[in-house]
Design a protein. Structure first.
Length: 195
């Protein structure tokens, strides 16, 4: 719960401070509280980060990856906010700034999350190497959560890191390559003109 929500529900700032000092509530971020004393769930951490980052926030990058079932939840929560917003950095929250397309956001259990397509694009852009970028694309396409034609269109239209290797690998992924190893093998065969 945010301080604004608490005061909107009739609590005073003094009452909120008392609930925190008495141990009934736990302060997670400035003006953001968990209203119980038990363990803080992953979902509660996501809500706290979203409430802290404020209007226009979307859970993104590796956090969205985990929400879509492509990775593990980590201690860091990645959020994307509009470029004009600048929430102060907080431990445990990684803030990205960019303008999202209307179709780039969906809701999962009420939380705003980047769509599977946007999540793959973010994973490609933030991949440390070519192999990581191709693995991100393969994960998204293997689970049938991302349309290969839409992915190709977005990669071609936007200037992104690893653009050329992703476009080159898309045909092999669509044809059935399910891992980076299979992609590398298919490209090796082509280089040596083998079937």
């Amino acid at each position: 719960m945010s301080l604004r929500q608490a005061t909107g529900a009739g609590l005073t700032r003094h009452a909120v401070a008392h609930l925190v000092s008495s141990g009934r509530w736990v302060r997670v971020y400035p003006r953001i509280y968990v209203t119980h004393t038990g363990p803080i769930t992953v979902e509660a951490r996501h809500w706290a980060a979203a409430l802290y980052a404020g209007r226009g926030v979307v859970l993104s990058h590796s956090t969205a990856n985990a929400i879509h079932g492509w990775g593990r939840h980590t201690d860091e929560i990645h959020v994307t906010v509009p470029p004009r917003r600048s929430p102060r950095p907080q431990r445990g929250i990684v803030i990205h700034r960019c303008e999202l397309h209307p179709g780039d956001v969906l809701r999962r259990d009420g939380l705003p999350v980047t769509s599977p397509l946007r999540t793959v694009l973010d994973a490609v852009s933030s991949a440390p190497n070519r192999t990581g970028a191709l693995a991100a694309v393969a994960r998204g396409l293997q689970r049938n959560q991302v349309n290969s034609r839409h992915l190709r269109e977005r990669v071609q239209a936007e200037r992104r890191r690893w653009r050329a290797p992703v476009l080159k690998a898309l045909d092999d992924i669509v044809a059935g390559s399910h891992s980076v190893l299979e992609l590398e093998f298919a490209q090796l065969l082509r280089r040596h003109r083998l079937p």
